[in-house]
Design a protein around this ligand. Structure first.
Ligand code: PEP
Ligand code: MG
Length: 539
């Protein structure tokens, strides 16, 4: 038995035969074009064919998965229609006498290099889309059909890397799991695999051609794949699959039930999201509302700041999608590990302690005002709360309120509909927890971000690999800070929630409820397990 480690992208288990997905390496003919005009016609005809293929994939994906997933292929169509891309290829053909396949290859490789040099992982991950398009182009130009034959037996696929179009073209009825050597959690393949709920691990260095056709078991939860698994491993994974199926069926029975303890203590159970498309998971898992919409994700993975209108539409779709449930949108927590390339202004010595969250907003006034205006306009569509990230003192709240008033006056003058949302703050610095009594007088609610609160209370970087063993989510200092914030909030008559990872830790649910926490906001997949835990508790 071989046990090979990887990194989890989508959890779950699979048992079956492993098949190697081979993407043929296309040879590019380096000789100059014999007839450049003929090569230009070949290029244009191939471009149109790839466009038609992508359109078909987009429509198919829209039907089977939805709009968000289909947008992946819409973006491919936009690249193919981009005039700069077309001009670059045509110039290479007509002015440098290159063959069509050489021109496409050079132009796309240069795009890939630019993306891979980006500081932002979201951008680097987009390079696999360009490689996907390049491969399709070269297939069409070579006239060879490269659709991969997997037969009709269920398989776990092992590949160097799997492109979005390759994944969508696979028969999902027989696709049990995916293991790749390369890949990124931010790639479009990862997004599609999540929507399809196919167990998937990346970074599996041991993949080799002699795995092809062998029996395998994938345990994506444990981030590993077994080749020729022992009978014990097979038995254990089969048991796990059966138990998971049964457990999910049990959990689904809790939909529509109250989050109430045996002795009648009710708590709000909300969900955390990173994009409007996540609403489906929130509704499927029956959360009461959205306790944290990490709005900074709207700014990432793109090459320009989102406009005010674009933001209004994104916030509005969340508010309307979850109504009558309430929504809390966090003001963008940009900086530290979440900084788009177009806002990058030099490396910081210590980014986690640098220009991040509200500090970033107050030093990027125009960007901040654009978001505040969008939030004020979106608030007119339903119950909206907004909250300030990384607060450390009262002046940051006062300055935000001043800007909110300024934006509201501007919108009134412009005759644009808007409403003042409820204003809260994240308690995620020890300074905010310690001064919570003072801060509570200025806001409508608190939401405790235990991820950062733990990082800053323990002076322990949450990003540095290798520190996982020292990370203590149950550190007594963190619980003392939570207790201080809850007491200060309640003394001032405002509700206090938790939206960090600790909120879904069922080991401490009883303790958090005893402290008086009013709202727990968690990943959508954690809502029903947490509801079960709450319903089994007696405080
Ligand atoms: C937190 O810090 O606990 C939190 C919810 O915010 P983020 O994880 O996005 O920093
Ligand atoms: Mg945080």
């Amino acid at each position: 038995m071989i046990r090979s480690k990887g990194i989890k992208i989508v959890g779950g288990t699979a048992i079956g035969v492993i098949r190697l997905y081979k993407t043929p390496n296309r040879e590019i003919n380096p000789s100059p074009a014999a007839d450049p005009v003929y090569e230009q016609v070949r290029f244009e005809s191939a471009r149109k064919t790839v466009m038609a293929q992508r359109r078909e994939l987009r429509l198919r994906t829209h039907r089977s998965l939805g709009k968000k997933e289909a947008a992946i292929f819409e973006a491919h169509e936009m690249i193919l229609e981009d005039q700069r891309f077309i001009d670059q290829c045509e110039n290479m053909i007509l002015e440098q006498n290159r063959r069509a396949d050489m021109a496409v290859s050079v132009v796309m490789d240069s795009l890939v290099r630019d993306l891979q040099e980006s500081d932002e992982e979201g951008f680097r991950a987009r390079s696999s889309d360009i490689l996907d398009l390049k491969r399709s182009f070269l297939d069409v130009l070579s006239g060879v059909d490269n659709s991969w034959e997997h037969g009709d037996r269920p398989v776990i696929i092992a590949a160097e890397e799997l492109a979005p179009s390759q994944l969508i073209n696979l028969d999902k009825e027989i696709l049990l799991g995916i293991v790749t050597r390369k890949g990124s959690p931010f790639s479009h393949t990862a997004i599609l695999a999540k929507s399809l709920n196919i167990p998937f691990i990346i970074g599996c260095e041991d993949i080799s051609s002699d795995w092809d056709g062998r029996k395998a078991a994938l345990d994506a939860d444990e981030q590993c794949v077994y080749i020729e698994p022992s009978p014990e491993i097979r038995k254990a994974l089969t048991r796990k699959q059966e138990a998971e199926k049964k457990d999910r069926a049990e959990l689904l029975k809790l939909k529509g039930q109250d989050n109430v303890t045996i002795d009648g203590h009710h708590v709000e159970l909300w969900a955390n999201i990173g994009a409007p498309q996540d609403i489906k998971a929130v509704l499927d898992n029956d959360a009461d509302g959205i306790g944290l919409f990490r709005s900074e994700f709207i700014y990432l993975g793109r090459d320009a700041e989102p406009s005010e209108f674009e933001q209004v539409e994104a916030y509005r779709s969340v508010i309307e999608g979850i109504a009558p449930g309430k929504v809390i949108i966090r003001i963008c927590d940009l900086g530290s590990d979440k900084l788009p390339g177009y806002m990058f202004s030099g490396k910081e010595e210590n980014p986690a302690l640098g220009c991040r969250g509200i500090r970033f907003c107050l030093t990027h006034r125009e960007t901040f005002k654009r978001q505040l205006r969008a939030l004020l306009r979106a608030a007119a569509f339903g119950g909206l709360g907004i909250m300030i990230p990384m607060v450390m003192d009262i002046n940051e709240i006062l300055k935000t309120k001043e800007l909110l008033r300024e934006c509201s006056d501007e919108l009134t003058k412009e005759g644009l509909d808007h409403k003042m949302p409820r204003l809260g703050i994240m308690i995620e610095t020890p300074a905010a927890a310690i001064c919570a009594d003072e801060l509570a007088k200025e806001v409508d609610f608190f939401s405790i971000g235990t991820n950062d609160l733990t990082q800053y209370a323990c002076a322990l970087d949450r990003q540095t690999p290798g520190l996982e063993d020292v990370w203590d989510a149950h550190h007594p200092a963190v619980f003392k800070l939570i207790e201080m914030a809850v007491k200060a909030g309640h003394d001032a008559g405002i509700p206090v929630g938790i939206c960090g990872e600790l909120a879904s830790d069922t080991e401490v649910t009883g303790r958090l409820l005893q402290m008086g926490v009013d709202v727990l906001s968690v990943d959508p997949s954690a809502v029903l397990p947490l509801r079960r835990r709450i319903r089994g508790l007696k405080l």
